[in-house]
Write a protein that binds this ligand. Structure first.
Ligand SMILES: CC(C)(COP(=O)(O)OP(=O)(O)OC[C@H]1O[C@@H](n2cnc3c(N)ncnc32)[C@H](O)[C@@H]1OP(=O)(O)O)[C@@H](O)C(=O)NCCC(=O)NCCS
Length: 294
């Protein structure tokens, strides 16, 4: 790491409350996001490792954080890492601080032997130099399947500690929602995203599957994710949550749902980028569930 006047480099300090608060301050100031809400959702991801520059007053000036993001891609389980919370304070931009923390994070990922590193960005031009390539994401649209079997349903509430504990247990023990492309574990981000998406409903079907869904403005049923030890058929999900919709949009590959939809390329501004061998890439259209976005 180069020496930078009046700055010190630190990584892996999540056990230090003052430094963690300083990083939360950087993310609040740059993105307007309050990451401390994770405290009431059971805590932040224990695999997270920040790579940061601090100034002499203890303010966090620049950061990128790496975390474990095990993936299944076309039936193959991969040790992968995600990068998130990349930011530099405005007064310190253009000096190479982001390059410093990116290089430190990627050296860590390489030393750990991660087969893939993933990130989401609205500025893909930043990451090509580090070996990241954009991969198109898709959603899957089609007619709602009929004739499903309804199971008992209970709406979960993120204001309830018991429901958060139940969600954490199901997320920790989940079966990947797709064999084509899915995170194996993404517990903290699922809860964080759910807390930031007030229109998302979390319905427990039976005792072992939580469905994250919402109704789109055009009346379609949008399935965002299923977290559980089993993945119910789409027809059974629709019958259970009693969604009256003729059309369905699924935001992950629907190979486990006993239903097929037309793959439509995503046109959103966030781009998924992966740094991995071309041979390991998904062969068909895929998407990262919005509940797993980071
Ligand atoms: C993006 C951001 C982190 C860059 O920080 P920075 O300290 O200016 O970056 P650096 O000085 O280390 O520049 C690293 C390289 O990226 C390039 N770069 C910086 N901003 C860029 C941009 N918006 N688009 C393309 N390249 C960019 C620099 O030219 C430099 O290239 P070089 O290595 O060839 O010299 C900072 O502008 C920021 O915090 N922006 C707001 C939050 C954000 O967009 N975060 C990234 C989201 S994924």
């Amino acid at each position: 790491m180069p020496v930078r006047k009046d700055l010190s480099f630190r990584s892996g300090y999540f056990g230090d409350p003052a430094a963690s608060r300083a990083l939360a301050g950087l993310l609040q100031d740059v993105f307007g996001i309050d990451v401390t809400i994770m405290d009431r959702l059971g805590g932040s991801d224990p695999t997270g490792i920040p790579f940061s520059w601090f100034d002499a007053d203890g303010a966090c000036i620049a950061n990128i954080s790496a975390f474990s993001l095990p993936l299944v891609i076309d039936g193959v389980s991969l040790r992968a890492a995600g990068l998130q919370s990349g930011a530099v304070r405005p007064g310190h931009r253009g000096m190479g601080l982001y390059r410093d923390v990116m290089e430190a994070a990627l050296a860590h990922c390489d030393a750990e032997g991660f087969a893939a590193v993933a990130l989401l960005t609205d500025t893909p031009a930043l990451y090509g130099r580090y070996g990241f390539e954009p991969l198109a994401q898709h959603r899957f649209a089609g007619a709602a399947p009929m004739g499903g079997t309804a199971g008992p349903v209970r709406r979960l509430d993120l204001g309830s500690a018991a429901d958060i504990a139940l969600l954490r247990r199901l997320l920790d023990g989940r079966q990947p929602v797709s064999d084509c492309f899915a995170p194996v574990r993404q517990t903290g981000m699922f809860l964080f995203n759910a807390a930031l998406m007030p229109d998302v409903r979390l319905d427990l079907i039976g005792e072992d599957a939580v469905v994250a869904w919402r109704m789109a403005g055009d009346g379609a049923f949008e399935l965002l994710d299923v977290a559980g030890t089993r993945i119910p058929r789409l027809a059974d999900i629709l019958a259970s949550v009693q969604a009256a919709a003729a059309q369905v949009v699924v935001h992950f590959p629907p190979d486990r749902l006993e239903w097929q939809g037309e793959a439509l390329a995503d046109t959103g501004e966030m781009v998924l980028m992966l740094r991995m061998a071309k041979t390991l890439r998904p062969g068909g259209p895929f998407a990262l569930s919005p509940m797993a976005e980071f």
